[in-house]
Design a protein around this ligand. Sequence first.
Ligand code: UDP
Length: 238
Amino acid sequence: MKQELIYEGKAKQLYASSNQGEVIIHYKDDATAFNGIKKASIENKGILNNAISTRIYRYLGEHGIRTHYLETLNESDQRCLAVTIIPLEVIVRNVAAGSFSKRLQVEEGTPLQHVVFELCYKNDDLGDPLINDDHALALGIATEADLAQIRAMTFSINQLLIQLFLQCSIELIDFKIEFGKTASGELVLADEISPDSCRLWDMESHEKLDKDRFRRDLGKVQEAYQEILDRLIGVLDK
Ligand code: UDP
C-alpha cells in the first residue's frame, strides 16, 4: 500500500510502501528539459510512460535482465524494488543525435560505426557532466565491478531494445538508463525507459516520436508517445 512521499523528481514521485524493501513509483504528466529550464505538463504523459515503461521492463525481464520492476498497480503507479540509485546516467548511442552531434559536429541521423557508451554524473547543480570510468572511480560513485556489470548489462539492453523497436518499425537512436542496488547489494536496472529517455524515430519517415518533440517545440508530443505505446502493444500484447 502507498504510504508517505519519499522523493519527488521531475517526472515521477516515489512513495514508501507497506511492503518491506519496496517502493511505489508514480508517473506524473510533468516534463522538463535543458536541466529543468523548460517546463510543461503534457496531458496523459504519466499514463503513457507508465504503460510504455511497464511493457519494456516486462520484455527486458523476460529476456534475463534484472530490474527493479515488480508490478503495475494502476494507470499511473508501479510497484518496484527499493534501490539506492547509482548517480550515473548511462547513455547508449547507435546513431548520432543531441549532445553528441552538437559536441562533435556530426550531423544528426549519421549512423555510428561503433556503439557509443557514455557516462554522465547525475548531478543537476553541475548539469550532469560527461565523465569517464576513472572519474566515477575517483569520486567513489561506483566500483570497478559495478562499472563492468553496468557496461555488460547496458550492451545487452541495447541489443534487446533495438530488436524490440525494430519490430515496431522504430529506430532506436539513443537512450539513457540508470542502475540501482537493492538491499541485498544486487545491481539492477532502475528508473523508466520511455520516450522521455530514448530517441525513437519512425523507420520509414524518420519522424521523431520522443521527447525531442517537446524539447524542440515540434508539437504533437502526446500523439507521438501514444504512437509508441500502440506499436509496442501491437508487438508485445499478443
Ligand atoms: N537523456 C535523458 N535524460 C537526461 C539526458 C539525456 O533521458 O538528463 C536521454 C535523451 O532523451 C537521449 C539520450 O539520453 O535519448 C542522449 O541525450 P543527449 O546526451 O543527446 O542529451 P540532450 O540532447 O537530450 O541534451
